[in-house]
Structure formats: C-alpha cells, structure tokens
Design a protein around this ligand. Structure first.
Ligand SMILES: [Zn+2]
Length: 145
C-alpha cells in the first residue's frame, strides 16, 4: 500500500503542474485564489479518500471519528429540537459507518465510477474544484498500481 504521505505528495506535484498549465493556457479567470484553495483541499482529501476502505489507514480512523462526532451531535440536536430530520441524519451516518466495515480494501472504493460519484457534488459546486477532486482520486488509483 502506497502510504497517505506519498499520495498527498504526488497530488501536490500534479496540482502545481496543472495550475501552471491552466494559467499558461489562459484559464486565469477560472482560477481565483478561493477556487485554487478549495481545489487544493478537495484534491488533497480525494487523493487519500480511496483508502477509507482500509481498516488501519489514517483516513479511515479520521473518517470514523468524524462520523461518530456527527452522530453524537445529531442525537443531541434531536433531543434539543425534537425534529425527526436529525434522526434521519443519524441513520444515514450509521449506514455509511457500518458500510465502511463491510467494504473490501481496494474494492469498490478503488474504482473510477466511485471517484466520479464522490466528486459529483463538487462538480455541481464548481467544475474546477470537482475536476481537481476527481484528479486527486484518479491519481490515487494510478499510484496504487
Ligand atoms: Zn489505495
């Protein structure tokens, strides 16, 4: 397994080259400082995201911790507000958390369709950010080979 530092380093190098090429070919107006920062953050996360299917990976441990914090927060919000929408959030996060235990390492989360599916919300937000998120994901798959 290529470790997360290697994946991140690989993404950073490709990111700098891609931003340089986009600027050289006149896409300067697409690349505001804000978009560059969001693209970098999204791409960095996506460059380690596929290893969320590995039980001992850092990204898996951080994701599980964040989801548990999310579930606890939603349960508290449910009791405070008595709004059922928070229970749906708890169920949604619990399904993802249990799903993570069931996926095989380098299984479905190490595929191009998974990358497209996960990056899709970022494409809706901004196509450049979505493209860099997908780039980070695809780079991970290439570096794993
Ligand atoms: Zn991997």
């Amino acid at each position: 397994m290529t470790n997360s530092q290697t994946h991140l380093t690989g993404f950073m190098i490709v990111f700098m080259i891609a931003v340089y090429i986009l600027k050289e070919y006149g896409f300067v107006e697409m690349l505001t400082v804000e978009i560059i920062i969001y693209s970098f953050v999204a791409g960095s996360i996506f460059s380690v995201l596929p290893d969320v299917d590995h039980p001992n990976s850092k990204v898996r441990k951080k994701t599980a911790t964040l989801m548990l914090i999310g579930i606890i927060s939603l349960v508290i919000l449910f009791f405070v507000s008595d709004d059922r929408i928070y229970l749906f959030g708890v169920i949604f996060l619990a399904i993802i958390l249990v799903g993570l235990w069931c996926v095989r390492h380098r299984g479905v989360l190490h595929t191009v369709p998974a990358g497209i599916f996960l990056a899709f919300p970022f494409f809706i937000y901004n196509p450049v950010v979505g493209a860099f998120a997908l780039l980070g994901f695809l780079l991970h798959l290439v570096m794993d080979v």
